[in-house]
Design a protein around this ligand. Structure first.
Ligand SMILES: CC(C)(COP(=O)(O)OP(=O)(O)OC[C@H]1O[C@@H](n2cnc3c(N)ncnc32)[C@H](O)[C@@H]1OP(=O)(O)O)[C@@H](O)C(=O)NCCC(=O)NCCS
Length: 201
């Protein structure tokens, strides 16, 4: 069962990274990928200026705690003191205990498995202490790196939606990947969904 407000214990430590809430002094690191046209190509942000990144960062400093459905937990991925990217987990639905995974990373650190490592930690949190039942990811069908990442995590492609979004000036296809708590191997035990407890004997 999901209980809010919720936040993991920080920092969340993975073999090479620390995941933690953003701080205002992350600005230079964030600007490096928020202002990169290649990084934002398939995500719903513009190429950000320094002041736009500053505003985005200011919002992120309050996104280390989830208070209600609809909110994103947004964590900085820190490698040796540098913020190389961010991991996002949306608390999508209380009734359905469903979340959504998202991520973005600086181009110069791609290809080392950092995003996979951080996303694994997010799914551990999602299906462990947060108590979600299902996590999805939605991505532009042309985003091969993202689809490969989700496949590496063991997520399953469940839909290919044709031209369902008018995105950055064109109609685009969306892929939906999903995984259930029962399919997540490292999942620690969690209590049953409340509806199971309410079922008549
Ligand atoms: C999506 C994104 C995070 C993927 O980055 P990535 O570097 O490919 O992912 P990882 O950090 O997990 O690295 C995996 C790659 O490194 C390789 N790799 C090297 N060492 C590795 C290791 N120890 N463990 C896992 N993979 C490793 C893998 O083979 C893989 O390469 P491949 O996909 O060509 O086979 C990145 O492209 C990005 O930020 N894109 C822009 C933002 C975006 O589109 N976000 C998604 C919106 S849905």
């Amino acid at each position: 069962m999901v209980t809010v407000p919720w936040a993991p214990e920080y920092p969340v430590v993975t073999p090479r990274l620390r995941l933690r809430p953003h701080r205002l002094d992350d600005l230079d690191d964030l600007l490096r990928f928020h202002s990169d046209i290649e990084v934002v190509r398939y995500i719903p942000w513009p190429v950000r200026t320094r002041s736009q990144t500053e505003a985005a960062l200011e919002a992120r400093t309050r996104q280390g705690v989830v208070f209600e459905p609809g909110q994103w937990l947004v964590l900085a991925m820190e490698l040796d003191g540098r913020v190389i990217g961010e991991m996002l987990l949306k608390y999508d639905s209380e009734t359905d205990a469903r979340g959504e995974l998202g991520y973005a990373m600086a181009a110069d650190v791609e290809g080392h498995g950092y995003a996979t490592e951080a996303a694994r930690a997010m799914l551990d949190l999602a299906f462990g202490p947060f108590g979600l039942h299902r996590v999805v990811a939605r991505l532009d069908a042309r985003n091969g790196a993202s689809a490969r990442l989700l496949t590496r995590l063991g997520m399953r492609q469940e839909a290919h939606l044709r031209e369902d979004e008018y995105f950055k000036g064109e109609w685009t296809d969306t892929l939906v990947f999903g995984i259930l708590a029962s399919e997540w191997p490292a999942r620690p035990p969690r209590p049953p969904h409340p509806s199971a407890q309410e079922a008549p004997e």
